[in-house]
Design a protein around this ligand. Structure first.
Ligand SMILES: Cc1cc2nc3c(=O)[nH]c(=O)nc-3n(C[C@H](O)[C@H](O)[C@H](O)COP(=O)(O)O)c2cc1C
Length: 165
């Protein structure tokens, strides 16, 4: 089938997830789209996987732009949605503010691909903010927070389901 995998990624985590998903689906005609570069019409595909990262409490801008322009068309195509973020306890909130209700409710899969707080991958102010987020987690007095990581096994689980379509 014609499969769209579209991502918005500032420092590479969502891009890595999208690329690994695409590589795991050789039986489909996959279009891998960086939403910062191109915003494909979902109506041209049999299935769409769309997502990206959370930055400063909201979805990275190219994903927000895409959902504003194509969210309704996306809801009419079988689809899966994903997010990458550092604070997984906030995941449901991020899903709710990123994806319109109709899109979430019609999604076959709503997936979390993890998140990275890698200082070396950031530039400028993002580097400083990453350091601050890391130390907030490490110094959390309740000990409830843990440094996040990328979750390739979640990518593989989605790939296993999509490969059979
Ligand atoms: C400047 C900055 C702001 C971030 N803000 C949030 C946030 O508000 N909530 C969260 O859970 N994660 C936040 N993160 C963590 C990112 O979601 C995480 O680094 C993710 O792996 C980024 O994916 P990307 O490289 O595809 O953009 C932030 C990271 C950076 C660098």
């Amino acid at each position: 089938m014609k499969l769209l995998i579209a991502y918005a990624s500032k420092s590479g985590t969502a891009k890595k997830a999208a690329e690994e998903l695409a590589a795991a689906l050789p039986n489909h005609a996959v279009t891998l789209a960086d939403l910062a570069v191109q915003q494909p019409d979902p109506a041209a595909f049999d299935y769409a996987v769309v997502g990206g990262s959370i930055r400063m409490g909201k979805a990275y801008k190219p994903l927000r732009r895409y959902l504003a322009a194509h969210g309704k068309a996306l809801a009419d195509v079988p689809h899966a949605l994903f997010l990458c973020c550092a604070f997984s306890d906030q995941l449901e909130h991020y899903q709710a503010i990123t994806f319109p209700t109709a899109l979430r409710e019609s999604a076959e899969h709503l997936v979390y691909f993890g998140g990275e707080l890698d200082v070396a991958k950031q530039k400028g102010i993002d580097r400083l903010l990453t350091r601050m987020m890391r130390s907030a987690i490490q110094n959390d007095e309740d000990g409830e927070l843990a440094l996040p990581g990328y979750l390739p096994e979640h990518v593989r689980l989605l790939a296993d389901v999509l490969r059979k379509k």
